[in-house]
Design a protein around this ligand. Structure first.
Ligand SMILES: [Zn+2]
Length: 412
């Protein structure tokens, strides 16, 4: 496996694409003297509590996450040279069946611990070298039940999606670990969307806006950006969600412009929609039924779960997604209110199909009303478009900054 392939595999894992390929680390080949060296590893304790210790020449950071089916604990650490005795990791003790280790990308090493049963990390830390003793990485594992283990898997996979791997070598940038933002300009092709008094078409307005937002985000450099359509094509609603999920999106932003039919009064200003409660609940059930359930939540094979456990896990993922969507919606309105006119009740929820990915925080922005003269003027104005795109980019920055600050890193 090349470094690039290994990096891709790790990214695949982080983004929940292909756990099986990524969990096999390659054994470190090149060894620079500047890297910490792992000199010994040992296991202690029994099935009620198992301790895993690795001796190191210097202190390092670590991050742990879990994978299910089979039960595994993954420990990501900066690049380490493994000079461990032969056969290290081939046999286990207590909650640990065996373990593997190696370099997964330039700048990043990984330990994969096979567990004998569901277990959780009670403690994970690295102690400084003292008085001739080496630095030590210590993991304390205790048993847990399958359901709690799966919850942890779901939570870990979400943290990984919105954060970056522990090491940031130049190699990583080429395989691009940055969070993926999917922009979804509404309508397209034969579907024009709403129309202004002089034939101004929503599909054109929102595409132009999304392109500006994409350019702004790409210039900022913090995110990868994918558009569900980048030209005047018709893309079915279900495909828009599928595009985002297949690509491992960390955030989904659908962009529209509203209109009130003639004779229904006047409305103006921008609104931000999140998925409504009722739509979420009925849809969760349908999605669980209809789609391959293994596909619903990264890394967990829900097909083999009893219905109630699968339901709990889907529900957990959805509640988290909903709460992140709402956090993002608040940040959006906070930033947009300075530059764009907002609707009198700017935060709304509705059962939009494009908001229904159970595991991707999603919002739909109605930029304004093409049926309102002043809004339409704004919607067609280059400077309004740029300012508003800038405010949305700021909100995306702020949202991910908050997610990263709250991400699950280090010990449990
Ligand atoms: Zn629309």
């Amino acid at each position: 496996m090349t470094v690039r392939a290994a990096s891709l595999a790790l990214l695949g894992l982080l983004f929940g694409l292909d756990a099986s390929a990524a969990e096999r680390p390659v054994v470190s080949a090149a060894a620079g003297d500047s890297f910490p060296v792992a000199t010994d590893a040992r296991l202690g304790g029994d099935e009620s509590r198992t301790r895993f210790v690795i001796d190191l020449t210097q202190k390092i950071d670590l991050r742990t996450f879990t994978l299910a089916d089979p039960y595994r604990l993954v420990v990501d650490i900066p690049q380490v040279v493994f000079r461990l005795p032969p056969k290290t990791g081939e046999s286990g003790r207590g909650l640990i069946k065996a373990f593997r280790f190696g370099l997964v990308m330039q700048g990043g090493s990984r330990l994969v611990v096979d567990l004998t049963k569901p277990a959780k990390v009670e403690k994970a830390f690295v102690v400084d070298p003292i008085e001739g003793e080496p630095a030590r990485l210590v993991l304390d594992l205790v048993p847990t039940d399958r359901e709690s283990f799966l919850r942890r898997v779901v939570i870990d996979s979400r943290a990984a999606r919105s954060s970056v791997p522990p090491a940031n070598g130049p190699e990583l940038r080429s395989t691009d670990p940055r969070p993926l933002v999917v922009l979804d300009p509404g309508h397209g092709g034969i579907d024009t969307g709403t129309k202004g008094p002089n034939g101004e078409e929503e599909k054109e307005i929102v595409l132009n806006f999304a392109q500006r937002l994409r350019d702004r985000l790409e210039k900022g450099g913090k995110f990868r950006v994918l558009m569900t359509r980048a030209d005047d094509t018709f893309v079915p609603l279900a495909d828009r969600v599928r595009i985002a999920r297949d690509a491992g999106a960390a955030l989904f932003v659908s962009i529209h412009a509203d209109a009130l039919p003639h004779g229904e009064g006047d409305a103006q200003g921008a609104s931000v929609y999140t998925l409504s409660e009722t739509a979420t609940d009925s849809d969760a059930a349908k999605l669980a039924e209809k789609e391959n359930r293994a596909d619903v939540i990264a890394g967990v094979d829900l097909k083999s779960e009893p219905d109630d456990v699968a339901g709990i896990l889907i529900d957990l993922a959805e509640r988290e997604t909903k709460s992140f969507s709402l956090q993002f919606a608040h940040k959006l309105l906070g930033e947009m209110k300075g530059v764009a006119r907002l609707h009198k009740t700017p935060l709304k929820s509705a059962g939009f199909r494009v908001l229904r990915a159970p595991d991707i925080p999603s919002v739909l922005i109605e930029l304004g009303y093409v049926s309102n003269r002043q809004d339409l003027q704004s919607l067609l104005s280059d400077s309004w478009r740029d300012r508003t795109a800038e405010s949305i980019a700021q909100a995306i920055d702020a949202y991910f900054a908050a997610r990263l600050a709250g991400a699950h890193t280090g010990s449990n």
